[in-house]
Design a protein around this ligand. Structure first.
Ligand SMILES: [Fe+2]
Length: 378
């Protein structure tokens, strides 16, 4: 059996050439897959693939099943490492991230993001909308940018009630309860940063999850998408802890399929209901407009200079919408923190073929902070 994926003529030589130039100094990457060996290498002009060759500066070992998951976009390098299904035998784990964009192109045709190819089709990345905006316009903006800001979807009274309900669930939450994520603050104490599966223990959040306003925004691009209350952490409420923290409260640039699942849940659409509103001081959402459906190295700041970034400031009752493979971040609050956002994600039906109730990767690693800290990437 050959490991190398077929190389259709459809590959754009300029994309391969640009990737090869980026990787010219990175050294090759060798995969040991069962008894077989494969090396990817840049010759400065394009990317070569050598079956049987063991000449990469970095070499990793994985099973044939894991290799198939990697090449079919079921799992990523990070996802495989979190489950101990990938072993770095030589070189550095970081080098895998340098290779990831072009490998996703070679394996699955997913284009590496490049700011020189970003096209907004005359649209404004800073535009915001209301529910009075026609669906066609909302969908066109979402398709172009990968996100939307919709104002005044919920009233202040509705948000007040939601915050009271969050207070109730926060009171009940405990570290290790499997319904919450915690971070360690500088003084060594624990702080709650996320409630998961919130709609399963709150009738208010269960009704919000199926609210027609949310369903409308969640299905703008595809009416077959639906919410998953009992899997993929269901309705998850983010609470941005102020100050310096250790753990997954402040999440650097990432995509929501960064640990895997791209093949069966993208392009899922996440709705962020802003219970408190958000600014840089409370830790707002930042996005790279138009980066969805592509791969952008998570340390892109050291690779590209002119990547557009939008920080979305919101009022209580506003809603953000993002396609899950959009590159985005949840930075450290510059001030008092405590943004509260409930994410209700709408998934393609294929999710249910692959992920059981409470059986996503996050469920597995929620209480394994040591392993997550090792990687520092969601
Ligand atoms: Fe995210």
């Amino acid at each position: 059996m050959t490991l190398a994926p077929p190389r259709p003529n459809a590959f754009d030589p300029s994309i391969l050439s640009s990737s090869a130039s980026d990787l010219a100094l990175a050294g090759g990457l060798t995969f040991y897959v069962g008894e077989q060996t494969l090396t990817y290498q840049s010759n400065g002009q394009t990317i070569d693939c050598f079956e049987g060759a063991d000449r990469g500066d970095t070499a990793v070992r994985l099973s044939l099943e894991a290799w198939q998951d990697l090449t079919s976009q079921m799992r990523t390098f990070v996802g495989l490492m979190l489950t101990d299904d990938l072993l770095v035998e030589r070189g550095s784990f970081d080098r895998l991230f340098d290779w990831e964009p072009v490998l996703r192109y070679l394996h699955a045709g997913i284009v590496p993001y490049d700011p020189s190819r970003a096209a907004f089709n005359g649209r404004d990345p800073l535009a915001s909308f209301t529910l009075a905006t026609p669906d066609e316009e909302l969908a066109a903006q979402l398709n172009t940018m990968g996100y939307l800001h919709v104002k005044k979807v919920f009233s202040q009274e509705e948000m007040d009630a939601a915050n009271e309900e969050v207070d109730r669930l926060v009171e009940l939450a405990r570290p290790g309860d499997d319904q919450s994520w915690w971070v360690t603050k500088e003084d060594g104490t624990s702080a709650l940063c996320r409630l998961v599966y919130a709609s399963l223990r709150s009738s208010l959040f269960a009704s919000m999850e199926v609210d027609p306003r949310i369903r409308r925004l969640g299905t703008l691009l595809d009416p077959s998408l639906k919410t998953a209350p009992d899997r993929m952490e269901g309705a998850a409420i983010l609470i941005k802890v102020p100050g310096k923290t250790d753990g997954l409260s402040n999440i650097p640039w990432h995509t929501d399929c960064g640990t895997g699942g791209h093949a069966f849940f993208c392009p899922a659409v996440a709705i962020g209901i802003q219970f408190t509103g958000s600014t840089a001081e409370t830790g707002n959402l930042k996005v790279v407009p138009g980066s969805h459906g592509q791969t952008l190295h998570f340390q892109w700041q050291s690779k590209f200079e002119n990547v557009p970034v939008v920080a979305i400031d919101t009022e209580p009752g506003d809603v953000t919408v993002h396609i899950q493979d959009l590159t985005h971040s949840s930075p450290k609050p510059t001030g008092e923190g405590l943004r509260r956002t409930m994410y209700v994600t709408h998934y393609p039906p294929s999710l249910w073929d692959h992920v059981g109730a409470g059986a996503a990767l996050n469920d597995l690693v929620r209480n394994r902070n040591d392993k997550v800290a090792e990687i520092k990437r969601p």
